[in-house]
Design a protein around this ligand. Sequence first.
Ligand SMILES: Cc1ncc(COP(=O)(O)O)c(C=O)c1O
Length: 398
Amino acid sequence: MKIFVETPYLFNTYRRQPVTFVKGKGACLWDDKGKKYLDFFSGLAVCGLGHSDPVVAQAVSSQVKQLAHTSNIYSTKPQQLLAKELIKKTFPGKVFFSNSGAEANECAIKLARRYGHTTPVQGKPRYEIITFKNSFHGRTLGTLSATGQEKFHQGFGPLPVGFPTAEIGDIPSVLKCLNNRTCAILLESIQGEGGINPVGIGFLKQIKKICQAHKLLLILDEIQTGVGRTGTLFSFQNSAVAPAGFAPDILTTAKGLGNGIPVAATIAKASVADLMQPGDHGSTFGGGPVACQAALAVLQALSSKKLARIRVLGKLFQKEIMSWQKEMPEIQCVRGQGLMIGIDLNKPGKEVVSACLKDGLLVNCTAETVVRLLPPYCLTDQQVKSGLKILKKNISSK
Ligand SMILES: Cc1ncc(COP(=O)(O)O)c(C=O)c1O
């Protein structure tokens, strides 16, 4: 079947690459002309297990045949099982399911405000959430306001108030934002859209201390870093990303959780989650049985062996790319963890993205100069080698 992209009928919201994909398998995609591509992007950190993963496909297809939707007025087994599994693999608490990263963060923001209303200071509810410059938390009005990048705000005001912005690595800037109205701090452990910026173990430690001292909730946005991306199930469990024993009060996850099937979760400590009562929040589709079966299959596939493989692949990427630095002045630095890697260039990254696409390799650019790699976890060593060869050739200005 030939698929046409009717661009005149779509909102012009994406700078789309000139390619139409029709098939995916493992780490590869095929376009409508039959050309094969190696994927170092995974649909923006979504298809971690690879395209058309057979186990996820089987889980989804058998569930859709049995029961596709009931609404959250009723219970389903897949939703109960997935919540239990997520709690088992993170920290004691409860889960709210939705369909996208922005929704998961929106729920976290509402929950933090509810917490602030139940713990007033001098009789006044707390509602401010400190966020950070270069962060990205989504496109709904609340998450947009929480996103510390002015360029995304332009022309959409007035935005919801109560999201003062501090600087990563700069504790005095956090303290400057702190006041009687503050109820939470929201951050990514590695800023993804902001340019693959790890915030650092020491910084996370200090943020946790501030939260404890001022009775603030710590919200960790793991929408890009989660579900194996950094080499542990969540990045807060990674000793290269967060301090030992570190755990947030609220964690949000989406992207890789369904390997392409939309599913998102907001996980909160039980005492915080219990602040939401019937009618306070909801979603028609969130936590539907099909999406939950996909996520259960993903979590089961992410065995400790698979996570170890992600760490090995991550080291392979970093070692190889860092070895180019001596001979390639175009590379300013390499950042990231596991299979979340940013190569900061001294030139626009979008030229590299286009050149790689022509050569059959999918990579991405963020923060203007950062070539971002978010490859699937199923890559073979040979695929790493052949993809990096194309990337090196196209980063080089020679
Ligand atoms: C860290 C982070 N938070 C939130 C989001 C928003 O997720 P979604 O596009 O699924 O709404 C993204 C998406 O890129 C993200 O990287």
